[in-house]
Design a protein around this ligand. Sequence first.
Ligand SMILES: Cc1cc2nc3c(=O)[nH]c(=O)nc-3n(C[C@H](O)[C@H](O)[C@H](O)COP(=O)(O)O)c2cc1C
Length: 227
Amino acid sequence: MHGTLGPTAVQIDPAILYFGTPVVLIGSTNDDGSYNLAPMSSAWWVGWRCMLGLARNSRTTENMIRTGECVLNLPSAELVAAVDSLARTTGSDPVPPGKLYRGYRHAKDKFGLCGLTALSGETVSAPRAVECPVQMEAKVAHMHEMAEDDAVFRGHLAAIEVRITRVHAHPDIMMDGASNRIDPDKWRPLILSFQEFYGLTPQRLQRSELGQIPEAMYRPPGWQPAL
Ligand SMILES: Cc1cc2nc3c(=O)[nH]c(=O)nc-3n(C[C@H](O)[C@H](O)[C@H](O)COP(=O)(O)O)c2cc1C
């Protein structure tokens, strides 16, 4: 509503700035050929590209740099317990000191731990998580070291750009009569806000002006994803 001033904001100093983003379960391949699966939520998409904010010392980050690939599995809100069972675990052995400090433990078989089913990708050998309604196969395009200007965080954070090579979706989140469209009324993402899990409101808030643009107009004519 215009014209109403809210409460006056006060200056605060929060330790984290995680205001609410979808959870991604990144599937990657360990150096012995086994699979790793890790929850993360510092992710956003533009076109068929995704930026992933990852701790440099995570097994997932090491696997993605070594193999150049991953699968971005998007859990629905109903998979919250599976996601939570992976929290405070790492495929790294030994557990890095910073993670030990926050109470992490090593887990070798993360698919077994959370009860999700692994399936090798078609354009990558990293694993899809079959129960996730969206599974996006991806290849690493670029890695950006974050916080190089910060003496404390330097060397600890990476922003990895990946190129999506194939998208798989469960039929029950697809729009009726449109083979390439996810129906946002059916897709129920799991959201992490600060350190807690949420879903979205069941109903749309109001009509969307952006929603008047045909989705197909976002695909350049003749464009195909490079594999
Ligand atoms: C819901 C959720 C979201 C998370 N988001 C991120 C994130 O965006 N970036 C990150 O580096 N770690 C994130 N983490 C922590 C990682 O899961 C953690 O570093 C884990 O040890 C990675 O596993 P890995 O070492 O086997 O790759 C998140 C954890 C949970 C449970």
